[in-house]
Design a protein around this ligand. Sequence first.
Ligand code: IDP
Ligand code: MG
Length: 185
Amino acid sequence: MGSLGRCLARSLLRGQPGPSRPAGPRCYGSAPPELQEQTLVLVKPDAVQRRLVGSVIQRFERRGFKLVGMKLLQANQGILERHYEQLRQKPFYPVLVAYMTSGPLVAMVWEGYNVVKSTRAMVGDTNPATAAAGTIRGDFSMHVSRNVVHASDSVETARREIGFWFQRDELLDWHSGDSDYTYGP
Ligand code: IDP
Ligand code: MG
């Protein structure tokens, strides 16, 4: 069992939620690696134009994830060539680049337990026409050419993509006061 599992098991055995837990050593001082998983989310130019930035941020905050980096920028072709390297041969690649460079976007890094998979589930299918209601794409968009957000598809991809969009010193290591409520002791 990993340290998170031990922490969760101990917390369940104690039957006490975070702040009123009995005195004693915490399971960890700084967060263990499984709580520090990170993913890249881009709020794409259509969503910025449509004033959806706050709605997207709110979903991740409500879920309990921690924002560790965020900036508004207009992407150039160079960064998109790296970001969408796997798609360069696709027929839609030129219109994808035109869309992604058409105006400002918001790049964010979110951190937390299983954040890569959870974020993909929150974002929904690539094609909003088949994205489930309740997902970001399913709630805020209709067509694959304007699907509101990007989210990394694996831990390894996230690591690479975060490196394209952020310098190391643009990511903050901060303690979120609500971690006692979102994770067990
Ligand atoms: P993902 O964003 O869900 O990971 P990918 O297959 O990686 O989906 O595609 C990247 C992005 O390319 C999509 O989010 C969407 O903006 C765009 N895209 C994918 N398929 C099409 C298409 O058929 N027409 C236009 N744009 C597309
Ligand atoms: Mg993708």
